[in-house]
Ligand binder design. Structure first.
Ligand SMILES: NC(=O)c1ccc[n+]([C@@H]2O[C@H](COP(=O)([O-])OP(=O)(O)OC[C@H]3O[C@@H](n4cnc5c(N)ncnc54)[C@H](O)[C@@H]3O)[C@@H](O)[C@H]2O)c1
Length: 245
């Protein structure tokens, strides 16, 4: 408890899955959390937590980002989590799908960092945690053309921030999850002709033999957000049940 006491955190995509579990874990550890998403129905479920303030924020919308920024003077932790996935190879991917994936998955991080890093620097620094995936430059996963391209970019982007701002107290690290049980994974499984088999197949990808839990990714988020990881920057952390070992 209280590993993040006194810290102020911003989390994108906090309504569901990894972002939601992370917002809740940050709050449990004593941070004041600005939890944001476009899914207000699910986000509003977090309103009961006195440490969490919810905000509608589309990561592709500069006005939304500015509106949140006006409410927050100091930022210690930025958890960039929003992403979408089209499960198709290049020949089934339109330019519109490619652009949308890049806009939500990586340009969003550029926008959020541009807006909130000056506030971090002004108060002596902070921790930026960008969510990538093992499906990136780390390993090839079928039918992830645009998605994996953005997630590889997240890894490179995070290292550039780490190296450029290390002397201003900014740490920037990346989490690369394996297959994590989340609403989007469940939606994918249920869209398969044989959902039971699909679930078994994606669980079997992890040598540990199951899907990960959002809370298990959130645990890594807490560590990287806290001063326990004060000597760590420019690194990537796989939370993947051994998928890439
Ligand atoms: N679940 C997995 O197996 C897995 C694996 C590797 C990486 N990841 C990454 O973890 C992150 C979270 O994934 P998840 O599966 O836990 O969540 P999810 O896919 O179930 O939910 C995604 C959330 O993003 C929000 N979102 C979508 N577009 C947005 C936008 N324009 N602005 C703001 N919010 C928006 C949605 O409303 C939703 O709440 C993503 O970056 C994803 O790529 C997930």
């Amino acid at each position: 408890m209280n590993r993040l006491a006194g810290k102020i955190a911003i989390v994108t995509a906090a309504a569901n899955g990894i972002g939601r579990a992370t917002a809740q874990a940050f709050a449990r550890e004593g941070a004041t959390v600005y939890a944001s998403d476009i899914d207000m129905d699910k986000l509003n479920e977090l309103r009961g937590d006195s440490k969490i303030e919810v905000h509608k924020l589309d990561v592709t919308n500069n006005q939304d980002i500015l509106a949140l920024s006006k409410k927050v003077d100091k930022v210690d932790i930025l958890f960039n989590c929003a992403a979408i996935v089209y499960r198709v190879p290049i020949l089934d991917l339109s330019e519109e799908m490619w652009d949308k994936t890049f806009d939500i998955n990586i340009k969003s991080m550029f926008r959020m960092c541009k807006e909130f890093m000056p506030k971090m620097i002004a108060s002596g620094g902070g921790s930026i945690i960008n969510v990538s995936s093992v499906s990136s430059s780390i390993r090839a996963v079928q039918n992830r053309c645009a998605y994996s391209s953005t997630k590889g970019a997240v890894l490179a982007f995070s290292k550039t921030i780490a190296v450029d701002y290390v002397n201003q107290g900014i740490r920037c690290n990346t989490i690369c999850p394996g297959t994590i049980d989340s609403p989007s994974i469940r939606a994918y499984v249920n869209s398969c002709p044989d959902p039971e088999k699909a679930l078994k197949d994606i669980a079997a990808r992890q040598p540990i033999g199951r899907l990960g839990k959002s809370e298990e990714v959130a645990n890594m988020g807490v560590f990287l957000a806290s001063d326990e990881s004060a000597f760590i920057t420019g690194s990537e952390f796989r939370v993947d049940g051994g998928w890439t070992m």
